[in-house]
Design a protein around this ligand. Sequence first.
Ligand code: ZN
Length: 403
Amino acid sequence: MRCSMSGERECCAPRSTCPRSKRIDSASQSACVARLKQIAMGIARTIEDGKVEISEIIIAGDTPGLEWRLPVFRFTGTRPEAPRTYIQAALHANELPGTALLHFLVERLRQAESEGAILGDITVVPQANPIGSAQTHFGELQGRFDLGTRTNFNRDFPLITLGERAGLIEDLDRHSAIDRLKRQLLHKALSCDLVLDLHCDDEGLQYAYIDEAFWPEAADLAAALGMDAVFLSDGESSAFEEAVAYAWKCENTGEKKALRDRLSVTVELRGTRDVYPEMARKDAEGLYSFLAARGVVAADRASLPAFGGVVAPLDNIEMIRAPEAGAILFHKDIGERIKTGDLLATILTRPGMPDGAVEVRAPQDGLIVTRVSTRIARRRSDLMKIACAEPSRAIRRPGTLEP
Ligand SMILES: [Zn+2]
């Protein structure tokens, strides 16, 4: 039967007090009123399972009958001075290596909780974008851009100061579903010190975008996850990770001090198809090692090896583009170190014709970090990202490498 207050089919009071009784008692009604208030704030009930607090962010849809829900796991630390951590995955809804990683990380954190090893609060959102997850177009998941607005799900986060955090979730009714989602996620992240946004590339090595303001302190994360490369970003975009850093920077204008002991980063966990149980378990262990090194969880051995991968500012990333349209024949793969002039790909612009192929060669020495998975190119479409020692001659606009 429906609750007379909230209209919910199943009363939201604890089952012990409201086992779908024929009559909703006053305790249940007050619980429903509380739930209505929570829904207005976009927060669902909390379930304690003994080791982890599980709640839901509720996003009202922009059309009648729609409501999005995303679970939030929260482990409470025993030391108030320990760093607070926020980790989310699949903001680009088709990028699931992070979701797999977080499944195993939560399992590991439950075990840590039972051992009394959780020192700092940890919030985990394994699948941060149910709106994107539901978008299919002619049978293909469209997880990167909001189909309604053509906006990248990882752009246009509000650039606010840390002091304005509370305002993110005030009057949410004034905002569309996707903006509500962004505000809720950013609001949660800004209560923390360490913020990790887990993504992946198309075909790629493991790498990260790290604001140069956090480097080299963040080398521990790169080492813990065994990254092959780090791209140092300029903090000039409205991506989630940079909106977090922006708020911190505003806290103490012009001072790196505000960022000491903090970290906000976009981790690229290889390619979209790199979703495997053992890989995810290994990545979860790596992330746990990072949390141990930062004092978020207790561990017997908290030291990490030195980071030995490539470090390149965004200006040093060669975005290799197709000069013309056609079928792509790659001659080089991710992980290969290439020399200036090496043949990277052949584009079959006019198949069968004597002059029907165009060569794409390396502009300078470097490490191939990513490659597209499609084998058909449009003119000027991206083919590869190559991390190099010298700045690219191509002009790069401030902010992200890709729209
Ligand atoms: Zn992404």
